[in-house]
Design a protein around this ligand. Structure first.
Ligand code: NAP
Length: 483
């Protein structure tokens, strides 16, 4: 077990897709590191989200590290359990477990005379020369602020903390929220509950998934790395050209609109329900759902879609603003994550005493290429601000970041982005974001409450990979700010 007292270490916070990728590359480079993980297992969101039907709506072929493509995916879109298995396999193959300090929650970090001093929930302090925060964007469940929630007498839980000990068979169940998580578990609840009320605040665009189990032909193709990389390349291009066009409101993106409208028309026969399920914002403004069984579930006789806003939760159910009451046994909150609160609840204090979240990010999180912030030397963020995607695999972004961070670490000394370079980057980012559909009239976890898009990368993934190919010396104040 690492002691954490070795200041030559790189400290990585989080053992999800990003933290593990960093750990693997540091192992390969022979650079010592410790991963601090607050839970007792690896996997991040794929450990936490175990709701029925949990899976990824990025194709399997694209949802792995490029240096560890997986020949064993069972289907076109992977399920949660096999993604977790895949990550565990990577951990074992690279012998990462001895480097991971499980059950250690880092609560904050302070830069002090060339080292990062990390504090943990149990009071232990660790030091490291380089700090890599890999805590993700979707790790803290968001609960709605509805009056009366605490007084509900039945069972209530969040989709990311699924109560597997609670069987909803024969019950009346309410689902609050209709995002990508809810779209995956609603078909399962609909099949076992006696009655299901789905409380929809906004309708969603839904693309067909066309999911299927891989057969012999696929398994043969995937035996070779070339076969795996070829399919990966095809999906990558579909995301970086067709889906990207939708995000930027370009003509090619209309195929996405057309596919979504066709899906709705084919799967929902009732015109009144179809009207309720038709979004009033452009496709891509919030994450497009990808599902074959969501609409059919909503069309079942035992399912009702409620669009009147929820006014309150009562001891025995919910009441909507039009005064209707819904008695239920169980409420499932599929209300997402506090995605714009990057790194919360940790507070990170830089070399000048400024706090990252409270001071530097008072108007919303931002980092140069999503990774570095002025006055926070040798701090690197993975899957940080403006590096999420609505159109491609985030794993590709993470790999680009890890390559970049590794090159910075190899440089030695302190690496801190220049304020002028950062300011120019922020300006260009704001211009790029302005042309996307995310700023159109919808709410989403991509933006802060005042409408600033802090989560998504507005250009092609190819362009991000190009920008992060290697650190450019003139972007940094190299070793000039030791204090
Ligand atoms: P989400 O996209 O943030 O959706 C939350 C849902 O809850 C929305 O429908 C939202 O309505 C609703 N909601 C929030 N507060 C509410 C309130 N007070 N009253 C009524 N409704 C309320 O969360 P998520 O579904 O958990 O998904 C989050 C992200 O996780 C996804 O975008 C995706 O990136 C990731 N994810 C990925 C996969 C995958 O397959 N790769 C699967 C699941 C999740 P509004 O739309 O009106 O805000």
């Amino acid at each position: 077990m690492p002691t954490g007292s070795d200041t030559d270490h790189v400290a990585i916070i989080g053992a999800g897709f990003a933290g593990l990728c960093m750990a693997i590359q540091l192992t390969k480079a022979g650079i010592p590191f410790t991963v601090y993980e607050k839970a007792d297992d690896i996997g991040g969101v794929w450990r936490d989200n175990t709701y029925p039907g949990a899976g990824c709506d990025v194709p399997s072929a694209l949802y792995s590290y490029s240096f560890a493509t997986n020949p064993r995916w069972s289907r076109a879109f992977p399920l949660q359990a096999e993604i977790l298995d895949y990550l565990r396999g990577c951990v074992d193959r690279h012998r990462l477990r001895p480097h991971i300090r499980f059950g250690t929650e880092i609560t904050g970090a302070r830069y002090d005379q060339g080292v990062w001093r990390l504090s943990s929930a149990d009071g232990t302090e660790f030091t490291a020369r380089v700090l890599v925060a890999a805590v993700g964007q979707l790790n803290r469940p968001k609960w709605p602020a509805l009056p009366g929630m605490a007084d509900f007498a039945g069972t209530a839980f969040h989709s990311a903390r699924w109560r597997h000990d609670h069987d909803v068979a024969g019950e009346t169940v309410a689902v609050v929220g209709t995002g990508p998580s809810a779209a995956q578990f609603i078909p399962h609840l609909a099949a076992s509950a006696r009655k299901l009320y789905v409380f929809q605040r906004s309708a969603n665009w839904v693309l067909p998934k066309w999911d299927y189990r891989y057969g012999r032909g696929h398994r043969l193709l995937f035996r070779s790395v070339v076969g795996r990389l070829a399919l990966r390349g095809l999906w990558f291009c579909f995301g970086d050209f067709v889906l990207y066009a939708a995000v930027r409101g370009q003509r090619l993106g209309r195929v996405v609109d057309w596919l979504c409208k066709r899906q709705l028309r084919i799967q929902i026969a009732d015109p009144a329900l179809r009207a309720r399920l038709t979004p009033d914002f452009p496709a891509g403004c919030k994450r497009i759902l990808i599902s074959d069984d969501y609409f059919p579930a909503l069309a079942r006789d035992n399912v009702e879609v409620i669009t009147s806003p929820i006014a309150a939760v009562t001891p025995d159910g919910l009441v909507t603003e039009d005064g209707t009451g819904f008695g239920v046994d169980t409420i499932v909150y599929g209300t997402g994550f506090t995605a714009t609160e990057f790194l919360a609840p940790m507070e990170i204090i830089g070399r000048t005493g400024r706090r990252l979240r409270a001071d530097a990010w008072a108007d919303g999180a931002s980092a140069y290429l999503g990774m570095t912030v002025p006055e926070f030397p040798n701090l690197f963020l993975l899957y940080g601000p403006n590096t999420n995607l609505g159109n491609n695999s985030v794993v590709v972004m993470i790999e680009a970041q890890v390559r970049y961070v590794l090159a910075c670490i190899r440089q030695g000394g302190t690496v801190e982005v220049s304020p002028a370079v950062f300011a120019r980057y922020q300006q260009a980012l704001a211009t790029d974001l302005h042309d996307t559909v995310w700023e159109a009239g919808c709410t989403s976890w991509y933006k802060t409450s005042d409408g600033r898009v802090t989560n998504n990368w507005p250009r092609r993934v190819l362009s991000y990979r190009d920008r992060t190919r290697r650190p450019v010396a003139r972007d940094f104040l190299l070793g000039q700010q030791e204090r």
